[in-house]
Design a binder for this molecule. Structure first.
Ligand code: PGA
Length: 256
């Protein structure tokens, strides 16, 4: 199965509009007139989306993502941003279920599922994040945690929805820590996640879905991780904040 790798930069709460403009212009100058054998996605904070869209909105090689999206359409939800609003910013992808949303903001599998379904109503491609904590892994709960996250997070999605969804496997203990999962650990978890998708949606859908790895991905480890058969790209934060580092990850991950 030939899956197009996808590299997404999750900036988290970094880069306001002016820093976003600098990054976008620098990236543009480096990628101009080049084609890539992968999808490239940038997820700035909400307030920087307009600036990113201004610089990169017409650049076919790069798509924009939001880092979150409300499960509601509009109304009395102070501090929230709806899919309808995001539509105005050339947003194509939405990151949902990130471990920080789960751990810090208490998002449950049910909330994440509601967000995924709402994102699909607006035709966004969800980047659906899953992953275990160190305690869960060491307690032998890896498979159970992934099974629950996949089955509850993807509940009620159609095969069509699934085709437009990307899963990001991000072991929580590897996020922002500098500790990367070994390629064997990552491959094993990815193959397991793909088997969970097969159980739920069939082997054909499972063979098509892209599963990114996330957690301390950097230029020096991208090649080894991306060489694993079930790893289809990366979700990167720390090493995506500088354009050359982000590009080096892509180039090392998918040479040519
Ligand atoms: P990191 O974060 O690349 O800084 O480890 C990844 C993520 O949280 O998506």
């Amino acid at each position: 199965m030939n899956r197009k790798p996808i590299f997404a930069a999750n900036w988290k709460m970094n880069k306001g509009p002016s820093e976003t403009e600098d990054f976008a212009k620098s990236l543009l100058s480096k990628i101009q007139n080049r084609t890539f054998p992968c999808d490239i996605v940038i997820a700035p904070p909400f307030v920087s989306l307009a600036k990113a869209a201004e610089v990169l909105g017409n650049v076919p090689a790069v798509a924009l993502a939001a880092q979150n999206c409300s499960q509601f359409d509009s109304g009395a939800y102070t501090g929230e941003i709806s899919g309808m609003m995001l539509k105005e910013f050339f947003v194509h992808y939405v990151i949902l279920g990130h471990s920080e949303r789960r751990a810090i903001y208490g998002e449950t599998d049910a909330v994440i599922n509601a967000k995924l379904r709402k994102a699909r109503e607006y035709n966004f491609k969800p980047i659906f994040c899953i992953g275990e904590t160190l305690e869960e892994r060491e307690g032998g709960k890896l498979e159970q945690v992934l099974r629950t996250q996949v089955s509850e997070g993807l509940a009620g999605l159609s095969e069509r929805d699934l085709q437009d969804t990307v899963i990001a496997y991000e072991p929580v203990w590897a996020i922002g820590t500098g500790v990367t999962a070994t390629s064997a650990q990552a491959q094993e978890a990815h193959a397991f996640v793909r088997s969970l998708v097969a159980e739920k949606f069939g082997t054909e859908s499972a063979a098509k879905i892209r599963i990114q790895y996330g957690g301390s991905v950097k230029p020096s480890n991208a090649a080894e991780l991306m060489a694993c058969p079930d790893i289809d790209g990366a979700l990167i934060s720390g090493a995506s904040l500088e354009p050359q580092s982000f590009l080096d990850i892509i180039q090392n991950g998918v040479p040519g």
